[in-house]
Design a protein around this ligand. Structure first.
Ligand code: PHB
Length: 171
């Protein structure tokens, strides 16, 4: 397994409904339930390998800021999701500090626990949009989610070994 962490560099994001996708791409990129649970159907074991976790200042951020409310500090979490030890997805979560109140403080201590385990058992999860983008040959998607109304931005880059690109027709 590579320990070089992939970087995200998608220059154009489009609403998923505006992009022409195959049924398989649509099914993966439009997945509304937990992506971790989806990957678990394609391997023996999903593991999360944290790459970066910590607060970053507004000065270290760019275009993503346009998708989130103004805030001085953001919690950044970057992970590799691996299926049977093969990196399948690079995930980047950006959370304004103002969203980290109440139950949501547990987002600071996820470590190797998949984000979805937290999100999809949360009482009030909503999604404002899914955007889709391309990075070379790879697909990425970006969602703004809300936990009890408090926003976070989740970007997911599907790495080349991901079952999204698999030859079988299984969705
Ligand atoms: C994460 O644990 O940060 C995570 C897990 C699965 C994803 C994205 C992010 O699809």
């Amino acid at each position: 397994m590579t320990d070089r962490h992939p970087s995200l560099d998608v220059t154009h994001w489009h609403l998923i409904h505006d992009v022409s996708l195959t049924a398989k791409q649509q099914s993966w990129l439009g997945e509304c339930q937990s992506m971790t649970a989806r990957f678990e159907r394609h391997c023996g074991k999903v593991t999360i390998v944290p790459q970066r976790e910590g607060f970053i200042g507004v000065d270290s951020l760019g275009e993503e800021l346009t998708q989130l409310p103004d805030c001085e500090r953001f919690w950044l979490r970057e992970v590799l999701l691996c299926g049977d030890n093969v990196p399948w997805l690079f995930g980047r979560t950006l959370i304004p500090e103002t969203s980290l109140t109440g139950e949501e403080v547990s987002l600071l201590t996820l470590g190797t626990v998949p984000l979805g385990r937290y999100l999809f058992k949360a009482a009030e999860l909503t999604r404002d949009f899914i955007q889709v983008g391309e990075q070379g040959e790879l697909w990425a998607r970006r969602s703004r989610l809300r936990l009890s109304g408090k926003p976070l931005l989740l970007t997911e880059l599907f790495l080349s070994e991901s079952p999204l690109y698999g030859v079988n027709n299984e969705l």
